[in-house]
Design a protein around this ligand. Structure first.
Ligand code: NAP
Length: 268
């Protein structure tokens, strides 16, 4: 796909991975719209046109789509990137918090796809849903995040199959750990003893890994190349270990072994 001159929408473009993708799209000559829940408080990159979007209820998505006439823009590329995490013991965190997490990452994102797909199919465009390595390797104490990302990957696979003959491309994009504001913005401290025992160890592991992670621009550049090369399907990005080796090894051994390795990695 030639990116120069196309219309692109990036959700969650105010920081991190979404911001890096928006910058790369602008650099490559696209007209870019980026979303934030509060676009007025963001210093937007040159060339990114702000839109307001909250994903945590499907009717918010409908409202944002209609009130900002997003259908009339005619997007050729849509990158569903916006999201956040909740860290806590499943039985201790209020159910409404988990529910909201799933609404934002999965149901809200599916709603946006529902609104955008007719236009994308008509223009033979490209849909990117940003899932995560968590769809392959669930992160302890992030149950609703794992559910949402695994569900989003399954949803994206369904879209790939359903639109196969249409000429549009769809990418299930699964980054590994990236150095962004993701951990800082994580909803946590809602249960007991979040910094102690097993939960403390897991959180420390997540934090340590994040500080050694690649910058968001690395995955943004990879994604743009994939869009330019008309790729469809699952694309992993990040360090060689997370994007290539771990997914490959996990296919060669039993599920029990993968699970034991995952538990040992986080808690030993
Ligand atoms: N960082 C990682 O290691 C990593 C790894 C794999 C996958 N991911 C995924 O990559 C995506 C981007 O994460 P990031 O690391 O770039 O985090 P980030 O820096 O915290 O950026 C998150 C973006 O999502 C927006 N957002 C958050 N909650 C939202 C909501 N309820 N409704 C609408 N927009 C919302 C934020 O915008 P406002 O606050 O301005 O609204 C922000 O632009 C997420 O889907 C995340 O799950 C991240």
């Amino acid at each position: 796909m030639e990116i120069k001159g196309v219309n692109a929408l990036v959700t969650g473009a105010s920081s991190g991975i979404g911001k890096a993708i928006a910058i790369e799209l602008v650099e490559n000559g696209a007209q870019v719209w980026g979303t934030s829940q509060e676009p007025g408080r963001i210093e937007w990159q040159t060339g990114v046109k702000p839109l307001k979007l909250r994903l945590d209820r499907p009717d918010y998505v409908d409202e944002a789509w209609e009130s900002q006439s997003m259908d009339l823009i005619g997007f050729d590329i849509i990158v569903n990137n916006a999201g956040y995490g909740v860290f806590g013991r499943y039985e201790e965190v209020p159910f409404e918090v988990w529910e909201k997490q799933i609404q934002a990452l999965l149901t809200g994102t599916m709603k946006l796809c529902r609104l955008a797909l007719p236009g994308l199919i008509e223009r033979r465009g490209c849909l990117v849903n940003v899932s995560s390595i968590a769809a392959d390797f669930p992160v302890p104490f992030m149950s609703a995040y794992n559910v949402s990302k695994a569900g989003l990957s399954a949803f994206t696979e369904s879209v790939i199959i359903e639109t196969n003959a249409s000429g549009m491309r769809t990418i299930d994009f699964r980054p590994g750990d990236m150095k962004t504001g993701f951990n800082r913005n994580m909803v946590r401290n809602l249960g007991k003893n979040v910094n102690e025992g097993c939960m403390g160890k897991v959180w420390k592991r997540i934090e340590d890994r994040s500080t050694r992670s690649p910058e968001a621009m690395m995955v943004a550049k990879k994604l743009i190349k994939c869009i330019q090369r008309d790729k469809s399907g699952t694309i992993r990005a990040g360090t060689f270990f997370q994007a290539t080796l771990a997914p490959l090894l996990s296919r060669l051994v039993t599920r029990n072994l993968v699970r034991s390795g995952n538990i040992a990695y986080y808690t030993k």
